[in-house]
Design a protein around this ligand. Structure first.
Ligand SMILES: NC(=O)c1ccc[n+]([C@@H]2O[C@H](COP(=O)([O-])OP(=O)(O)OC[C@H]3O[C@@H](n4cnc5c(N)ncnc54)[C@H](O)[C@@H]3O)[C@@H](O)[C@H]2O)c1
Length: 342
């Protein structure tokens, strides 16, 4: 009888397998979004365990299960966690994630891997896929708010998807962090200039696309600062004021069911108040499959809210599993030698 063999991939293995290739991750996101539309992907809403509770958490865990048919069908889940305390300790990531993959038929686990960088790459790739449909094709200036882990991968994603991009204005409350990240990318991404910003309002006023990826618990992005045909992409739950979303010509989300139920999200607040309905928004898979249009002209204000979809983590992790297996990377573990009581 075959033993359940698990490929264990630590973060260094996941990187060696090829995760930091943003083009590859963007492709997996597009394919998985198509699968969501075509019924080849099953993605139940994630479950959140906030400590001490979901409104006032200082740390939380989320279980994000999914089935992805793809070339090699896989079932799996990401166990995603964030800690406010970590954000205050140098060297500790704010988010720490693990992905588990299983064979959908035998239900044997086949891989356990670090999911922290998978989250970082796929999160910004989702924003990239959204920007391709919601931003003006000639967008040349992007303001990124938040120069942390997601800020870093967001530079990579925006550089891939916006063909006319010339300047990224990088804003963080911690200005030294924005300066360090900007200098790390200087001269490394073609003609795109990454510039640290000292003034959020001024940077937003200049920008065609504004992406927020901060740990802020209070809204800071104002409608009055935005160009009338700007694109806003909110990656966290609390960053944009209500009228940014309510004033949009086009609204898109990654998963309506999840966002409209998610404690503390702006989408839930506006849905509860009856100001935003399912029919008012497009989901990302509907944009990718063409079921719904993204931006319909150069004069629209478009707003997207992304909260994270487990199927994307499982699909990216499955691709990493395949690439690691091909390259002979990782450590093999067995779950049992002889199972008892079967
Ligand atoms: N949508 C998704 O799928 C998804 C996935 C992962 C993370 N996230 C969210 O993205 C956010 C960033 O995550 P991270 O791992 O990059 O965190 P991080 O701690 O590495 O970086 C966050 C940065 O935001 C900055 N910041 C906080 N408040 C700010 C403000 N008002 N203005 C400007 N900068 C501010 C901090 O100084 C910090 O540098 C978190 O809220 C996280 O929950 C979303």
């Amino acid at each position: 009888m075959k033993k359940p063999e698990i490929l264990f991939l630590k973060q260094e293995d996941v990187v060696a397998a090829g995760l930091l290739d943003m083009k590859m991750v963007l492709d997996v996101v597009e394919e998985t979004c198509l699968g969501l539309s075509g019924g080849c992907v099953i993605n139940p809403p994630k479950i959140k365990l906030g400590l001490p509770d979901n409104e006032n958490w200082t740390s939380f865990f989320m279980s994000m299960p999914a089935y992805v048919k793809g070339n090699t069908p896989v079932a799996g889940f990401k166990w995603a966690a964030e800690s406010k305390r970590n954000a205050t300790v140098p060297g500790m990531p704010y988010g720490v994630d693990v992905v588990t993959l299983s064979d959908p038929d035998t239900v044997y686990p086949k891989a356990i891997m670090d999911g922290t960088l998978i989250t970082a790459m796929r999160t910004s790739a989702m924003a990239g896929v959204m920007a391709k449909r919601m931003a003006r094709k000639n967008s040349s200036t992007v303001c990124l708010v938040g120069a942390g882990v997601i800020g870093r991968t967001m530079i990579m994603a925006m550089n891939e998807v916006l063909p006319e991009l010339k300047e990224i204005l990088l804003r963080d409350l911690n200005e030294a962090k924005a300066e360090d990240l900007a200098s790390e990318f200087r001269g490394k991404i073609g003609k795109v200039n990454v510039v640290p910003s000292r003034d959020l309002e001024e940077s937003v006023r200049k920008s065609d696309v504004v992406v927020t990826e901060t740990t802020s618990r209070t809204p800071f992005l104002k409608r009055a600062w935005l160009k009338d045909n700007a694109t806003v992409i909110q990656m966290s739950s609390y960053e944009i004021e209500d009228d940014v979303l309510l004033g949009a010509d086009r609204v898109a989300v990654d998963n309506w069911e999840q966002l409209s139920r998610g404690a503390g999200t702006l989408v839930k607040k506006l849905a509860d108040e009856g100001k935003l309905k399912r029919e008012d928004v497009a989901e990302i898979h509907e944009l990718v499959s063409g079921e719904k249009p993204g931006r319909r002209g150069d004069d629209e204000l478009t707003v997207s809210c992304l909260h994270g979809v487990g199927a994307i983590d499982v699909a990216v992790a499955n691709r990493i599993y395949e690439m690691a297996t091909e390259k002979g990377i990782g450590q093999r573990l067995v779950l049992w030698d002889n199972p008892l009581w079967v």
